[in-house]
Write a protein that binds this ligand. Structure first.
Ligand code: ZN
Length: 268
């Protein structure tokens, strides 16, 4: 049984980074909870613990103490970057320690899997003297998943799809690094989302205008490109749901304020 300790960065009074109306502590928690579900539901011989499963303040000492006391095989700290940039980077401790080669091997597998799955710009495999990397007695990796202050990346972060894709990429990387087998009982059906499209435009500027108008009504949207032959359409996605009924409810709400929409299914 492989013990994976999942650490959603920040929480409670420590919000972490923020930008574009998003807060790091919420994103890291959502990714961590989804990763926890994926590992438990779809893989065999793996057990997990979280440093927090709600929006609570947990000190760095508590995080590493809990992982050490539990005797975890791996410590994963999930973060979202800020400060101007784009893409993905990961960290291991910059000190000298006995299992550094093993930590490097695990990090390489996880990092490369995530970059490939998300099609992210690779900012590199880095080292730093972070508490959670230094004070853990097992291999530990910290991931920085996109930039909250980058408008394009933040737009993706608003969707359940993004959270799910990032969590799944972490799960696949961990499974590969630790030789964890996918459960044969698990349902192999892909992850389907229902997207509510409130406009499909030939120019991105028009799509952005629609997104802006919808935001004035309190609806967050993101824009995706749809290719039809040689034509490209910019679709405004005002909600992406796992449940079709929820997508239809959104469609009705939008109709009530004067926006016609259609629903498309999307698989990750
Ligand atoms: Zn952080």
């Amino acid at each position: 049984m492989v013990r994976i300790f999942i650490d959603p960065g920040h929480g409670g009074s420590d919000a972490g980074a923020s930008g574009n109306g998003l807060t790091e502590k919420d994103l890291t928690l959502n990714i961590a909870l989804t990763l926890d579900d994926v590992l438990n539901e779809q893989y065999d011989d793996v057990t997990t613990r979280l440093s927090r499963s709600t929006d609570t303040t947990v000190s760095l000492e508590e995080r590493t103490n809990r992982a050490n006391e539990w005797n975890a095989d791996f410590f994963l700290s999930i973060h979202v970057n800020a400060g101007g940039g784009e893409g993905f980077e990961s960290y291991i401790w910059n000190g000298n320690f006995t299992n550094k080669e093993e930590t490097r091997r695990i990090r390489r597998t996880i990092h490369d899997t995530i970059v490939e799955q998300i099609n992210w710009r690779d900012r590199g495999k880095k080292e730093a003297n972070f508490h959670v990397l230094r004070q853990t007695s097992m291999p530990a990796v910290l991931t920085e998943n996109g930039f909250i202050d980058n408008p394009e990346e933040a737009e993706q972060m608003r969707s359940e799809e993004w959270i799910s894709s990032v969590a799944r990429a972490h799960a696949e990387g961990i499974a590969e690094a630790f030789g964890i087998e996918e459960s044969t009982e698990s349902d192999p059906t892909p992850n389907t989302f229902y997207r509510v499209i409130t406009g499909s435009f030939q120019t991105e500027a028009n799509a952005k205008q629609r997104r802006y108008v919808l935001s004035k009504h309190g609806y967050d949207s993101f824009i995706t490109e749809f290719h039809d032959g040689d034509s490209v359409y910019y679709r405004v996605v005002t909600g992406s749901f796992r449940n079709r009924d929820n997508a239809e409810n959104r469609q009705n709400e939008l109709r009530n304020i004067g926006f016609e929409s259609f629903i498309v299914s999307f698989e990750t």
